[in-house]
Design a protein around this ligand. Sequence first.
Ligand code: UD1
Ligand code: CA
Length: 486
Amino acid sequence: MSVEATTPAAVIVLAAGAGTRMKSAKPKILHEIGGRSMVGHAIAAAKGLDPERLVAVVRFERDIVVKHLLDIEPGIVIADQDEIPGTGRAVQVGLDQLPADLEGTIVVTYGDVPLLTTELIGELVTAHESEGNAVTVLTAELSDPTGYGRIVRATDGTVEGIVEHKDASEDQRAIHEVNSGIYAFDAEVLRDALSSVTTDNAQGEMYLTDVLGIARTGGGRVAAVVTSDRWQVEGANDRVQLSALGKEMNRRILEGWMRSGVTIIDPDTTWIDASVALSPDVTIKPGTQLHGSTAIGTGAVVGPDTTLVDTHVGQNAEVKRSDVTSSDIGAGASVGPFAYLRPKTQLGEAGKIGAFYETKNVTVGRGSKLSHLGYAGDAEIGEYTNIGCGNITANYDGVNKHRTTIGSHVRTSSNTVFIAPVTIGDGAYTAAGAIVRKDVPAGALALSVAPQANKEGWTAAKRPGSPAAQAAASALGHASPTPSAD
Ligand code: UD1
Ligand code: CA
């Protein structure tokens, strides 16, 4: 039987540690996996519980961390840890930011344990409240428990206390059940117990773990919830662990999408951020990365070898071997192979941006095609227009950017260059190689290249005896090259 957990009175996320083993100028908890900082994942998991208050304890690189925290969660309460070290002190300064008479359940989590889910914290809170515990700790059985605090069980199965590795006896070190550092506390018990925690231990720190023994001595029930999913309690201390956690998070994200109806051909080479949204019957081909706020509609096919950042892909669209950022690809549209869509590219329904095209800040109307080899920037293109091979919008005069406006049902020939600002009317044509400097009225043909003149016999006259001259002679049926041109 499951008991619904109440929403916790508060969640305190510990984020004051330095994370020296990352060897980074950036605070450890700001390193990202799954497209989000580690502390961002911790905050998201905590927020899923809908707590009345959310507190983060900071110290190392305080200003940078606080700015990040407020960016992702403007309502978060910041608690500054002082020079007294240890997880116990961290929680104590967190409590100082909460009402002194706060009642109910207080959850403590870490900012560097990114795979922990709302569901698992919820199970912890449910067990804590339904069993009437003073403290409930989340634990795991590890084959190598080195470094972790060990869970010392009483004969009745409840928890007697936690012993840190550095303070543990030989016998205690043989215990494989470890402290994850994630807990549910009764608020009053936590406040009282912390007031008697000292720094009298091997590390000279205020240990939060001491609260468990103190609470038990005070007559409270202290118990554990054991998880078999060790990934959810694993922290990243260095970049090797960071990448292992990132890979596992990705595996979980992909599995979630596959179970909800997305085809992922090769999960080993596909990376999808936690923030991406996919619809059923999307197909993701190998070598694809989907980042940020990317969202993909039903029936769309993305990949192989495609990177999408903050991009919307409409239903049944296709994007192959391309790099796309902050763009919108319409339903049934087609992009690539080898297209580079920079921010604010809006491709209309059933439109096409084909091979070796670069675009930026361009709106392409329904059914319009930019099929091969070109650049379109700062431009607006109407509907059902066909842009020929090798067209370029010359949008930059060296100082300012200018716009190109092309109407609907326009046909431009190969190698047209639009010298912006310039406007092409509906139904207009351009000739091959046209350099369009002046506006083209609707229905007109723009020609800017001089009429062609053929100087017959030029090769024989100017390059006598060359292979070209000989080839021309035999094509013309001449026995030998006959110079004739001037
Ligand atoms: C802690 C636990 C240990 C547990 C392990 C799980 C204590 C005394 N020990 O050990 O039982 O097995 O976590 O990973 O609690 N932090 C602060 N302020 C501090 C110290 C730490 O905010 O003064 C934060 C850190 O940023 C980190 C978390 O608390 O997010 C844990 O700190 P860490 O130093 O890694 O704890 P351990 O000694 O590994
Ligand atoms: Ca740790």
